[in-house]
Design a protein around this ligand. Structure first.
Ligand code: IMP
Ligand code: MG
Length: 175
């Protein structure tokens, strides 16, 4: 099968990403020291970021995974569905959600409402990327890798029609 060749330009190199992720791991470790948070990886996009991040966290943690799907119409997020829920007991636990990118904020807003029903002690958000300009609901991430402008980005776990997740760098699709 012939591969689609979309045009893209590199926004963040592997080296830039790794430096920032290491720093975030240190900040998160210091903030949660003395606690044992449950860190939730949002599949599939956050896998790279999550795997790198937890290597730099030097406190005990529990990890878990959740997967949501939104029926997207172009770049507009539509109806949300929880495809795979966490299995960890999070009542009275500190929860840190690790996401690839916060765009409209609808995905995280939906997920956080579900998590709150399980009565965790706290919920914080760590996102690799933040596209603040596109926010539609009131969601603020507590830890942000990089702020980026509106364009569509790929790599380091992020996809365009399921492609390009394996790139170790972040690039922007050029139309
Ligand atoms: P939100 O619900 O609008 O905040 O959308 C968040 C989700 O949309 C992310 O978890 C990504 O899966 C996806 N997404 C948003 N922007 C991009 C992008 O630029 N590249 C790849 N995926 C994106
Ligand atoms: Mg995602």
């Amino acid at each position: 099968m012939e591969r689609a060749k979309d045009n893209y330009k590199i926004l963040l190199t592997e080296k830039q990403i790794q430096k920032r992720v290491k720093r975030l791991g240190k900040i998160i470790s210091d903030d949660y020291r003395g606690k044992e948070p449950v860190i939730i990886c949002m599949l599939k996009g956050a896998v790279y970021f999550f795997a790198d991040l937890i290597k730099h966290i030097d406190i005990p943690v529990m990890i878990d995974f959740a997967r949501l799907s939104s029926y997207r119409n172009g770049t507009t997020s539509g109806k949300m569905e929880l495809i795979a829920d966490i299995t960890a007991e999070i009542e009275n636990r500190d929860v840190l959600i690790v996401e690839d990118i916060v765009d409209s904020g609808k995905t995280l807003s939906y997920f956080i409402d579900l998590l709150k029903e399980k009565k965790p002690a706290s919920i914080k958000i760590c996102t690799f990327l933040d596209k603040k300009e596109r926010r539609e609901v009131d969601i603020t991430a507590d830890y942000i890798g990089f702020d980026i402008p509106c364009g569509f980005v790929i790599g380091y776990g992020l996809d365009y029609a399921e492609r390009y997740r394996e790139f170790p760098f972040l690039a922007e699709i050029i139309q």
